[in-house]
Design a protein around this ligand. Structure first.
Ligand SMILES: Nc1ncnc2c1ncn2[C@@H]1O[C@H](COP(=O)(O)OP(=O)(O)OP(=O)(O)O)[C@@H](O)[C@H]1O
Ligand SMILES: [Mg+2]
Length: 287
């Protein structure tokens, strides 16, 4: 992977300068009895069964679990991209039935428009929503994610980590009350990943959207979130909720703390059991 320029938080544009589309008290998510079954050649695949959960406005919640347990499916249901077979999801009391600007999504694989420059990619959402100064908002966001100077670049010329940062800027550009992130740092090297985690927490402390963050990584989930929903397999669902009672602001030093170790130990046992279940069932995808 190419070396990434370090993000430049000192030159970051405060997100409070960006157009506000929603009251910050918003962004509550409620899922009720969600079931998602996919039809495949092998038959019916129940990715999620009877999943209920609630996320508070401005809360940071991680979805953690082994490959194939339905993390992306659950995120896509919240985003309105996948329709559940049963049950429903609502944001601020309004049922979700299609993708909407209230939800910014950062996908597992970056999904930039290859025919647009970096700046145009980030400005696209604000343009579509009729914001007053889409290019200005996009420039500020690119500064915030440490990509000032890359406005005119084409996505194909960027490293994987830089593309992901553009994806994050693009999701934030419409200042959404809900930000859904599917393993956004999965392709990054350990050092860059750690810097990006800290940057995300700084951004979140400013804009305070509700964040649902999918990850395989136990330490990443603990470091970032208020609460972790540990998922289970066969069928997919939520096995246990873990509250992360580690004070904020958090820096890398919290990883060595007793509280961090205690939570890691607890989650490790749960994930190991679920991962073994996947292997015994012969369903490990290796992703
Ligand atoms: N479009 C689809 N069609 C058929 N089956 C699907 C589809 N999307 C997901 N699945 C199945 O649903 C289950 C959950 O998949 P999902 O992608 O949500 O898992 P995940 O937890 O995000 O895994 P990973 O950690 O590997 O990204 C898997 O068995 C998968 O094969
Ligand atoms: Mg996934």
């Amino acid at each position: 992977m190419n070396a990434l320029p370090a993000p430049t938080p000192s030159s970051a544009a405060p997100l409070s300068e960006l157009p506000v589309t929603e009251d910050r008290g918003s962004g509550r998510i409620a899922g009720t009895d969600l079931t998602v079954a996919f039809k495949s050649r092998a038959g019916r695949n129940t990715a999620l069964e009877n999943v209920s959960f609630a996320v508070g406005g401005g809360e940071f919640v991680a979805l953690l679990g082994p490959s194939g347990c339905g993390k992306s499916t659950l995120l896509n249901v919240i985003a309105g991209i996948v329709q559940p077979t049963g049950g429903s999801v609502a944001i601020d009391g309004v049922a979700v039935s299609r993708p909407q600007p209230k939800c910014g999504v950062v996908f597992q694989q970056h999904s930039l428009f290859p025919w647009m420059t970096v700046l145009e990619n980030v400005a696209f959402g604000p343009q579509m929503l009729g914001f007053a100064d889409p290019l200005g908002a996009a420039r500020k966001l690119l500064r915030t994610v440490g990509l000032e100077g890359y406005e005119a670049a084409w996505p194909e010329s960027l490293s994987g980590g830089m593309k992901q940062r553009v994806g994050i800027a693009r999701a934030l550009a419409v200042n959404p009350p809900v930000l859904l992130m599917d393993e956004p740092f999965g392709a990054l090297d350990a050092q860059t990943r750690s810097i990006m985690q800290e940057e995300l927490l700084k951004l979140w402390s400013e804009f305070h959207s509700t964040i649902v963050f999918v990850t395989h990584d136990i330490d990443e989930a603990i470091f970032l979130s208020d609460r972790i929903l540990v998922m289970k397999t066969s069928p997919g669902g939520i096995r246990q909720e873990i509250v992360v009672d580690i004070p904020r602001p958090r820096g890398p030093e919290v990883i060595g703390s007793e509280a961090f170790r205690r939570i890691r130990q607890r989650i490790f046992g749960l994930i190991r059991e679920e991962t073994l279940k996947v292997f015994r069932a012969g369903g490990a995808s290796g992703s």
